[in-house]
Design a protein around this ligand. Structure first.
Ligand code: CO
Length: 285
């Protein structure tokens, strides 16, 4: 299973991150290993992604202090199944739930729990995926529970801007490095840091496919030239403080080492000849 570099527990990712950098400067590589989806496949992915967008929109409207993260997971699973899909995450690498829910200094991959209660002022990242007719959609939002601090509001805004700065570079003929650089510049200009231990990924028949989509300039990333029909899950993670993260004893939850806030947005995006189509657009559901 080729999941190097995708948003997964740190170990395989670290493998990707420690791969020796190429010794000489390389140009864009051929697109070997990256699937170009057919129109039929794209139609299915639009539907999987629409289900994901619907669930996220509903969770954002439902989340309230006093609910547990398990309540939100149960709701997500119920809605995914009602819409004829199955949760992409459940059972993936033994992940136990349908959503990842990461609060405040938790960066990514927080596991829903009946003991974790949503509190006023929480900054909540909700990530989910849906699989139907053989294809996945994958998306993440950050939601701030009132009262929202200025700190949280600004971080959240920059995280979303960073995602859209990356998406703006998606177009056949552009390279992954264009996207990574745009994200990095957006985050740095705001005085925040990009988490380097997790990346986005191709998405389709598998939740995680080639290529790894880095959110910062690095020679570890094969600088793939984009082609129409590629489908990418772009998902920068933005930290208020330092970029360093650590994994908790549950082996999934990543938290900021400095315990400052973290925010993330993710979309499943199609590369087209003249730009992109955002498959998980919540404004269309
Ligand atoms: Co993803």
């Amino acid at each position: 299973m080729n999941i190097l570099g995708a948003l997964r527990p740190a170990s395989p990712l670290r493998e990707a991150a420690t791969k020796p950098a190429p010794t000489k400067k390389e140009g864009p590589r051929p697109t070997k290993g990256i699937e170009i989806k057919s129109q039929r496949e794209l139609a299915i992915m639009r539907e999987s992604s629409r289900i994901v967008a619907t669930v996220l929109k509903e969770l954002a409207a439902t989340i309230q202090p006093g609910m547990t993260t398990m309540d939100l997971d149960a709701l997500a699973e119920k809605r995914i199944r009602e819409m004829g899909a199955v949760p992409s995450f459940k059972g993936y690498c033994d992940y136990p739930a349908s959503i990842c829910i990461s609060i405040n200094d938790e960066v990514v991959h927080g596991i829903p729990s009946a003991k974790r209660v949503i509190r006023p002022g929480d900054l909540v990242k909700i990530d989910t995926g849906a699989f139907q007719n053989g294809f996945h959609g994958d998306s993440c939002i950050t939601v701030a529970v009132p009262p929202v601090s200025d700190r949280a509001a600004r971080l959240m805004q920059v995280a979303e801007q960073a995602l859209y700065a990356g998406i703006a570079k998606v177009k056949a003929g552009n390279c992954l490095l264009d996207l990574a650089g745009a994200i990095e510049d957006c985050v740095k200009a705001a005085g925040y840091s990009v988490v380097e231990d997790f990346t986005g990924h191709g998405v389709g028949r598998n939740l995680h496919e080639e290529p790894s989509v880095f959110n910062f300039r690095t020679r570890q990333m094969p600088n793939v030239r984009l082609r129409a029909g590629m489908t990418l899950a772009i998902e920068p993670i933005v930290n208020e403080g330092r970029k360093a993260v650590q994994i908790l004893a549950d082996k999934w939850t990543a938290v900021t080492v400095d315990r400052k806030l973290s925010a993330q947005f993710e979309h499943t995006v199609l590369v087209t000849e003249d730009g992109y189509e955002i498959f998980t657009d919540r404004s269309k559901v």
